[in-house]
Design a binder for this molecule. Structure first.
Ligand code: AVI
Length: 321
């Protein structure tokens, strides 16, 4: 890969900042107040997320790696020769190495990520390890992407959506995403999707309330980011991280709770908080394997395989269409 062809770092485009500002103000005007979790991932947030993935309490990352290691050979065999891997929300592009190693002469890797600098640093590392794979990074919000760039690979397109990021969508939005990704990847594509499974509340509560406070810092970084990018005056000590599993809703919810009645100014707009009022910052849905398979079927995918770990904590589906 000729790294000079990779998109170069650039300042955040003005329309991205305007879109962030509009989304934050609209979300805080709603009841309950809410901000999309996609805004966690500025540079600081992406680094904090990488630290979450290494926490002892946060089992999803290492459990998924265990499942992928055990079944990468099956995925590689199904992908066939000369395939293109398309990763939605590629982050640090670490897990994809397992698939690239198991595939036969993979031709292209297309990482899609909202955090451009973080993605470019990851791809520069990956390109050195896989010089024969064409790197085609796309800096974009994959929830809004309508089409893929032309991909130079003779083989099958293989979508990759690990980490249970699909759990950050509502089930309806997850079905919409799976259908849209299917349309983008085209007939004959495969899709490798990692998703988290419903389990005991204590395990989930611990995973989202780690002892070192990294998840709290990740959640609170959203307010720091709003201060940095939108000139707001959130006092981070005036809010606390809250996360809990709601088994009836089948999801972990994350919130930022206001510790006092206070008014914050964002881009000149005053936003009032009551004491105890929260900003809902994330849902993380936990599925039963059969419920996920049904969701994928409704979105036009057939389940070729569904693997879990020995404890039944996490799952990876190999879908085809
Ligand atoms: C990216 N996503 C799947 C993570 C999750 O578990 O829902 C984000 C995260 N939030 C708190 N910890 C990790």
């Amino acid at each position: 890969t000729d790294l000079s062809t990779l998109p170069r770092p650039q300042a955040r485009p003005a329309d991205a900042v305007a879109g962030f500002c509009a989304d934050v103000l609209a979300g805080l005007a709603g009841r309950p107040k809410a901000i999309s979790p996609k805004y966690f991932y500025d540079e600081a947030g992406s680094r904090l997320f990488d630290r979450i993935c290494r926490l002892p309490e946060y089992y999803p990352t290492r459990t998924e790696l265990e499942i992928l290691s055990a079944h990468a050979g099956d995925i590689g065999a199904f992908a066939g020769a000369g395939a293109a891997l398309v990763e939605f929300g590629s982050g640090s592009s670490e897990k994809v190495r397992l698939l690239l190693d198991a595939m036969q002469a993979p031709a292209a890797y297309v990482p899609i990520d909202i955090s451009g600098p973080h993605m470019r640093a990851a791809i520069a590392r990956l390109a050195r390890a896989y010089p024969a794979v064409a790197m085609q990074p796309v800096e974009a919000d994959f929830t809004r992407l309508a089409a893929l760039p032309p991909i130079g690979a003779p083989g099958r397109k293989v979508g990759f959506f690990p980490g249970s990021t699909i759990g950050n969508f509502t089930p309806e939005a997850a079905a919409g995403f799976l259908a849209g990704a299917g349309a983008m990847l085209g007939a004959g594509a495969a899709f490798v999707v990692g998703f988290d499974l419903a389990k005991d509340a204590e395990i989930l509560d611990a995973a989202y309330n780690d002892n070192q406070g990294v998840t709290a810092a990740f959640n609170l970084n959203l307010l720091a980011r709003i201060n940095r990018e939108l000139g707001a005056d959130f006092d981070l000590a005036g809010f606390r991280h809250r996360a809990f599993y709601d088994p009836a809703a089948g999801r972990v919810e994350m919130h930022l709770e206001s510790l006092a009645a206070q008014t914050v100014r964002i881009a000149g707009t005053p936003i009032a908080f009551a004491r105890g009022e929260t900003i809902h910052t994330e849902n993380s849905y936990k599925y039963a394997p059969a419920a996920f398979a049904e969701l994928a079927r409704g979105a036009g995918w057939r389940e070729r395989a569904l693997w879990t770990d020995a404890r039944g904590w996490f799952a990876v589906a190999l879908l085809e269409r």
